[in-house]
Design a protein around this ligand. Structure first.
Ligand code: NAD
Ligand code: MG
Length: 382
């Protein structure tokens, strides 16, 4: 039996992973973590017979320890890293949100433990170093993201050198088809109403701005070693085709499936061995037509900013990501309008530019400085 540790088990991916896990007996759960929702975490630990958990919030960790004397509760970001390195896990699912996922990714790969990676921000922020670390220790990174899961599955069946281009699809989010002027006064509630996927708050806003596709562009580049000029993004509102590879001979292989993340999670946890899931297959006749559109970069400048930061390299993607986290947080708290999100990111990028990445420490430093620059941009607007 493979031993599995789930980080971020109370979130959207985390809870779906527990659902997938309950349907097979090939994996033994050895640990769970959350930021602060200790009651749910303790409930999950009891239900799955887990003895050790971590909570990043120290107060939440104290409350959990009082309520759960049979288990062990680790606290803080250090507790999370300890949970990883002392877990004896064969596989870690990193389902944290934001650049807070980078430390646990590094801890996992540093121990040579295979990583099922939902936390795309790890690759956005630290792509080159993260991939180099995995290569050095021999740990595998398997994506948990519908487009990358699709590409991973498609690429696995091809001989080296057979693939010319990659395409990831975007639903277009709730504001597809709107002009920049139509996006000035959209509300948080409208931005959270995603047409095809139910996800955590941060990625749902990233999907509305299309920053999510920008982060995914970098995720694909690092996972598959494909240069940026050979990765395309196309809007596909039905969200049924997730990824396409174009072969040297012009053939295109597309990966199709219902928009349900349990498929991607199951692929990462079980490998190519397909496990039965209670998901209704697509009725092709009912669907009728699949359509594709180009992305409107005037209405959704976040994708343009992300591609520019990706091509600039160095610390620019890290700065972009941290500023985006601050801006999305401010939008969700009604402190920033929707079209202020790209402005805050642009401010941070133009203030800090791109520096060389010498070590993980230079990334943590760039992340800190970008958060300050983004807060300054918010203060300037107020
Ligand atoms: P979520 O907000 O629903 O859950 C996040 C989890 O991480 C929670 O358990 C939370 O307690 C924990 N967490 C949050 N901040 C933390 C911090 N600073 N330190 C430690 N733990 C923290 O998020 P989600 O939608 O499940 O997304 C998780 C990751 O998966 C993101 O990187 C997202 O982009 C990616 N992803 C999600 C989906 C989806 O359908 N939800 C699809 C593709 C990729
Ligand atoms: Mg995705």
């Amino acid at each position: 039996m493979r031993r599995l540790l789930i980080l971020g088990s109370t979130g959207s991916i985390g809870t779906q992973a527990l659902d997938v896990l309950a349907r097979s007996d090939e994996l033994e759960l050895v640990g769970l973590s959350a930021e602060r929702s200790w009651e749910t975490l303790v409930e999950q630990a009891r239900a799955h017979g887990v003895r050790r958990v971590a909570l990043v919030d120290a107060h939440a960790a104290e409350l959990a320890a009082q309520a759960w004397p049979d288990g062990e509760v680790l606290a803080g970001a250090e507790g999370l890293v300890r949970l990883v390195v002392e877990s004896g896990a064969d596989l870690v699912l990193n389902a944290l949100v934001g650049s807070a996922g980078l430390g646990p990714t590094v801890a996992t790969l540093g121990e040579g433990i295979d990583l099922a990676l939902a936390n795309k921000e790890s690759l956005v922020v630290g792509g080159e170093l993260v991939v180099a670390l995995a290569q050095a220790t021999g740990a595998q990174i398997v994506p948990v993201d519908s487009e990358h899961t699709a590409l991973h599955q498609l690429i696995s069946g091809q001989p080296p050198g057979a693939i010319d281009r990659l395409t990831i699809t975007a639903s277009g989010g709730p504001f597809r088809g709107r002009s920049p002027g139509d996006l000035v006064d959209v509300t948080v509630e409208q931005a959270l109403a995603h047409p095809t996927w139910a996800m955590g708050g941060k990625i749902t806003i990233d999907s509305a701005t299309l920053m999510n596709k920008g982060l995914e562009l970098m995720e694909a580049h690092h996972l598959f070693g494909t240069p940026y000029e050979r990765i395309d993004v196309v809007v596909h509102p039905q969200s049924l085709i997730h990824g396409i590879v174009q072969l040297a001979d012009g053939a295109m292989l597309a990966h199709m499936g219902p928009p349900d993340m349990r498929i991607a999670i199951s692929y990462a946890l079980h490998g190519a061995a397909s496990v039965e899931l209670p998901i209704a297959p697509i009725d092709l006749v009912q669907v009728g037509a699949l359509t594709f559109e180009t992305v409107d970069l005037d209405a959704f400048p976040c994708l343009r900013l992300a591609r520019e930061a990706a091509e600039a390299g160095g610390t620019a993607p890290c700065v972009l990501n941290a500023a985006n986290e601050i801006a999305v947080h401010a939008f969700l708290a009604d402190r920033l309008p929707f079209n202020g999100i790209p402005s805050v990111i642009e401010h941070a990028l133009s203030t800090l530019g791109s520096g060389p990445v010498k070590s993980f420490e230079s990334l943590y430093e760039a992340d800190r400085r970008a958060r300050v620059a983004a807060q300054d941009a918010l203060a300037l607007r107020a």
